[in-house]
Design a protein around this ligand. Structure first.
Ligand code: ZN
Length: 248
């Protein structure tokens, strides 16, 4: 009997120890995971390669305030706002050309008509927008849907918000569920674009799912990002780092 009791006590002790180790390991893992996620707008780095097609612009990497792309061209695709003087209708030359090819492929392969809504946005425009949002909603809320000046990808001239008549020209999550939106998500990489803020990486990008927000990175990077289900952060900070081409 004594031996049985001793055995039971030993077993409970063993299970307790295993339980504690499991909890400890789980907590350590959680902490490591948290450490992977940067604190937004802290330790901000000003990037040295603003003109690179792979320039990383997010809540921790910022463009110089005076960065203006030198090769902006008027888009030659259906426009939401037809004013040719509107900076939102401009993109850098290579991205504008790639967008035209993407739109033409959507039409030729599927009969889908896409509309370009918002491309280049200058630093000054972002200052105006962000200030207005902060006045209306406060900093915390504004930060969830608008970038602080210097932190908007639209300032690169490589980013475009697109839409279609099936969502009445809106920039809305439902675009991702339309035939056009699905086709874009599966084919944009062929033309060098990525869906920059995917549904399953919100914690890391700091942005809600934006199926309408495309970023031009070139076909090689876009295909790798698409095939391996990466975000630009993964590609620039890990894949490119391994290839030692961080600042091209
Ligand atoms: Zn956008």
């Amino acid at each position: 009997m004594n031996r049985m009791r001793m055995f039971l006590i030993a077993m409970s002790g063993l299970f307790l120890t295993i339980g504690m180790i499991t909890v400890f390991l789980f907590q350590t893992q959680l902490k490591e995971k948290e450490a992977d996620i940067p604190a937004f707008y802290q330790d901000v780095v000003e990037i040295e390669n603003p003109a690179s097609f792979r320039a990383l612009v997010n809540k921790n990497y910022r463009l110089p305030a005076d960065y203006e792309p030198s090769d902006l061209v008027l888009l030659d695709v259906p426009l939401y706002n037809k004013d040719k003087n509107n900076e939102a209708n401009y993109l850098r030359k290579e991205a504008a050309h790639a967008l035209k090819n993407l739109f033409e492929a959507a039409y030729n392969e599927k009969g889908y008509e896409l509309i370009a809504r918002s491309g280049y946005r200058s630093y000054d425009t972002q200052v105006m927008l962000y200030d207005r949002y902060v006045k209306e909603d406060g900093v915390e809320a504004a930060d969830t849907y608008s970038a602080r000046p210097g932190h908007s990808e639209h300032q690169t001239g490589l980013t475009i918000d697109i839409t279609s008549d099936s969502v009445h020209g809106g920039l809305t999550e439902t675009f991702g569920e339309t035939d056009e939106g699905k086709w874009v998500s599966e084919n944009a990489h062929r033309f060098g674009f990525i869906i920059r803020y995917p549904e399953d990486r919100v914690d890391e990008t700091g942005y809600q799912y934006e199926p309408w927000h495309l970023r031009y990175v070139g076909t090689e990077a876009a295909t790798s990002i698409y095939n391996d289900q990466l975000i630009l952060e993964d590609y620039v900070l890990h894949v490119m780092k391994q290839m030692s081409v961080l600042w091209d």
